[in-house]
Design a protein around this ligand. Structure first.
Ligand code: B12
Length: 154
């Protein structure tokens, strides 16, 4: 029987406030494309969801995407201005799909891992710094379902 292809949803969360330069804030960060390209190259069913482009109710848009995609792993690219939307989505995700693995990466979790883990126990993993190699090397650990670890603790 064919092995089930893992479904990955990569998310660019929405900023809390309308930013000074709206168009800049809606762009998907290039780093997330790097992570996505690597996953696709390795045969994962990968999609990017840009919540920063959602006109209203980004958590509602996220929930709809979950219903359609049913991802195994949900990974957020997080900066300080969009971290609360990432936290809200992680909470919603664990209610809807408790088995989904939640990963945070990007500039905010790199420096605020303890803060984010403490306000959001729904986060399973935080990848610090550049993600391509770390995220990939951590894949076996993600699949074992270990929790409460950051990439620098391994
Ligand atoms: C270029 C840039 C932009 C461009 C982005 C163009 C694009 N399409 O990517 C523009 C001008 C649009 C922009 C906009 C903004 N930016 Co900007 N930007 C940068 C800059 C100078 C470089 C980012 C970059 O491309 N690096 C190269 C890529 C490959 O690296 P990376 O993004 O860090 O991604 C790697 C890791 O972070 C990690 N990673 C990232 N996401 C994830 C997700 C997962 C799941 C994993 C595992 C790993 C992972 O792996 C990636 C690959 O190695 C940085 C400063 C800097 N020197 O880093 C600021 C910076 C990222 N920006 C910042 C901010 C605040 C913003 C805005 C919110 C500003 C605004 N207008 O309100 C918006 C947000 C838009 C957005 N969603 O990206 C801050 C973030 C601060 C923080 N701690 O949160 C930074 C750090 C600048 C600063 N010092 O203040 N930005």
């Amino acid at each position: 029987m064919a092995k089930k292809q893992q479904r990955i949803l990569l998310v660019n969360p929405s900023c809390l406030d309308p930013r000074i330069s709206g168009e800049d804030a809606r762009i998907v960060p290039m780093g997330l494309f790097y992570i996505g390209a690597q996953l696709m190259e390795n045969g994962f069913d990968t999609k990017i969801l840009n919540l920063a482009g959602a006109e209203e109710d980004p958590v509602g848009v996220f929930k709809k995407a979950l219903e359609i995609r049913k991802p195994d792993v949900i990974s957020f690219s997080v900066m300080n201005p969009n971290r609360w939307n990432a936290v809200d989505c992680a909470r919603a995700a664990k209610k809807i799909h408790p088995e989904a693995i939640i990963v945070f990466g990007g500039p905010a979790p790199t420096f605020l891992s303890e803060h984010l883990f403490s306000v959001c126990p729904e986060i399973d993993y935080i990848v610090k710094g550049e993600g391509e190699i770390t995220f990939w090397n951590s894949w076996p650990r993600l699949r074992q379902g270990n929790r409460w670890k950051t990439s620098r603790d391994w």
